[in-house]
Design a protein around this ligand. Structure first.
Ligand SMILES: CC(C)(COP(=O)(O)OP(=O)(O)OC[C@H]1O[C@@H](n2cnc3c(N)ncnc32)[C@H](O)[C@@H]1OP(=O)(O)O)[C@@H](O)C(=O)NCCC(=O)NCCS
Length: 174
């Protein structure tokens, strides 16, 4: 599979500079959505994150990707892959959606497509994910996807649950 990725209800594609205003309005300015992700960003902080994803995409062929709702055409959040640290081998799954779009299974649906891309076209052997212990929704998403907890790690200034998913996910039922 190559980008754009179509799922039943969503589309994921690489970022474009023109996504800035929508990304800011729906996600990066949303206090609830950004609470456990370092707090909301202003427009220039959002631009920095978007440019970082575009650079990452150019360098590695993966990054966070904006997620669009097919029915409305609206940008509703982002999901994708990022290196856990600049020098380590681990690539992490990440996702975040604007508050009005929670509770519809979108994080799980987008993540399944991202994982299929990671283990398929991108040829990765394993994925990791981190989340705060308090982030029960995110923990549930990772568990539904088949991730296993492998302890706690100090990442980005906080204790985070560390999850792992192996490539044999491709052959698991469900
Ligand atoms: C976490 C987040 C991505 C989940 O997105 P979503 O589209 O609502 O997720 P899904 O609908 O696919 O699945 C959520 C699951 O968690 C469950 N859940 C949600 N909040 C929960 C809570 N407070 N306690 C327990 N379970 C919870 C839901 O019931 C659902 O499980 P189910 O399908 O078994 O009913 C979304 O809330 C979000 O964007 N949060 C802000 C950003 C963020 O925290 N990103 C993750 C960083 S690690």
């Amino acid at each position: 599979m190559a980008l754009p990725i179509f799922t039943e209800r969503l589309v994921l594609r690489p970022y474009e500079r023109g996504d800035l205003d929508q990304l800011y309005a729906v996600l990066y300015s949303d206090e609830d959505a950004m609470r456990l992700l370092g707090g909301p960003r202003d427009l220039s902080g959002t631009r920095f994150a978007l440019e970082r994803s575009m650079t990452q995409q150019e360098l590695a062929g993966f990054s966070f990707w904006p997620v669009f709702e097919r029915e409305s055409g609206l940008l509703i959040g982002e999901a994708g892959l990022f290196p856990l640290s600049p020098d380590g081998p681990d690539v992490a799954l990440g996702y975040a959606f604007g508050g009005p779009y929670w509770g519809r299974g979108y994080a799980t649906e987008a993540s399944r497509a991202v994982i299929a891309e990671a283990f398929g076209a991108l040829g990765m052997e394993r994925l990791v994910a981190i989340t705060r212990e308090a982030n029960l929704g995110s923990r549930r998403v990772l568990t539904k996807l088949g991730f296993q907890v492998e302890g706690v790690r100090h990442v980005w200034g906080a204790e985070q649950l560390f999850f792992v998913l192996e490539r044999d996910w491709l052959t698991q039922p469900g």
